[in-house]
Design a protein around this ligand. Sequence first.
Ligand code: GLC
Length: 538
Amino acid sequence: MSSDGAWWTSSVIYEVYPRSFADSSGNGVGDLRGIVERMPYIASLGVDGIWLTPFQVSPQVDQGYDIADYCDVDPMFGTLADFDELLAAAHASGVKVLIDLVPNHTSIEHPLFRKAVAEGPGSDAWDLFHFAEGGADGGPPNNWISVFGGPAWSRVPGSRELWYLHLFSPAQPDWNWRNPAVGDYFEGVLRFWFERGADGVRIDVAHGLYKAEGLPDSPVVPTVIDGLRSNPLVMDQEPVHDVYRRWRRIAEEYDPPRLLVGEVNLEPERAGRYTRPDEMHQTFAFAFVRLGWQPEEWVRVGRELESVRRTYGSSPTWALENHDLVRSASRFGGGERGVARARAGLVALLGFPGGAYVFQGQELALPEVDVPVSERLDPMWFRGGVSRDGVRVPLPWTSRAEGAHGFSPAEVAAPPWLPQPEGWGEHAVEAQDSASDSTLALFRRATRIRRALLAAGAFVADEAATWDLREDGLLLCERDGGAVVAVAMGERPVPLPDGKVVLASAPLDGRMLPPDAAAWLVGGDVHARLVTSGLLPE
Ligand code: GLC
């Protein structure tokens, strides 16, 4: 079954971080039933699907990205039956569900890692991981640095000479993908979730599975989360592409075909190679995801992604936020300007051709939280001094404070696993729900109009686009079908190009787009159709 023209080519997917979405049990940690209860909210956003970050069995050292059982739900989040219910509730609302697959590494508590350590060198399990003797100086086997800081190696428990490789925390040993048994194992995991009804998978550190043969010393020593991009020995090895060719064939055995979206944190040209016609369907456009409010960079990256689209035939997959990055409202300058730019960013993102991913709370323009040092839990903070806790603070649902602003049930609520800051209720869903000028209202309007434009043929999923930067920081992305996304990234109001405005992130002054705002423009005929269908006022 071919997946050409499939639903995801122009989908909007909402990333749900279960720990911080909604807590139904009252223990201060979000769970699957919390998501089920909030499914009407998710449906009200007008998104096509959700991506759930890991809820599988895990000691939670990296908040679930250290998985000890890939085919079961951690009791903290619920049960497989809860997952089935979540899936049914989502599907009944027309929402697809992607799960997170973490094939680069596992948990030190995974039975196979324990077995390897117990049985030692020469055993079958030993070869499933990267174990090695220390260097001549008694230190680690090579000079690789973990993404979270510190050496990428730790000593095997109980041994002085033997080490194991972990590109992330010591609780996350890397699988040895050169052993075919690892590939077989993950094909089983993939089928398990596809057969259960998951509509696709987001693949964690998808470019990392294979390391350079022999694990040689690196000439570059990376230290930050995306620093491994610059290390040609650790990531992006050729054999990894065969993994995705196999997975693509598996994804297409199902009806409808399942979606593969990869976390491939590489420059556009290298990342593009992962979306060749027989590999993954999408990879996040990381070159864009990482940007601040930098007009020249937006245009440069936009053009680069466009040229990659021409080469590999797959449209960019846009995002500005996820559970690892500083919230856009803060990254774009903070305060009121930061919020205005985050709103413009949302409108821009949903207007560019291709799929888009939005992180929970982005629809509320939540700011980054400065979580007190004593409350931080991110392993990256402890090893590398960078904390991702500030983007992971539990969502505010209600304005009033009870039950962590409605995150937990009021009666039995333990404090949320990360503290919410003063004033969190101002951003609450409840506060934004009824305000027509809220970011939540803007987001809902954007997804509604996007759907209408797609249906009207004014937004075409895979269409080409031309990127330009005009005077006074006016960024224009002109879609081949005629629709234009305009973003005012300078200091002054800018005149809009021709066309009828169908969406704007801020009130316009006549034909002038104020600074820190974005708008969509279309031809008069399309505009008239949106008016007739009741989506736009006369
Ligand atoms: C990915 C995840 C991040 C996690 C890391 C290790 O980058 O998005 O949260 O810490 O992989 O699994």
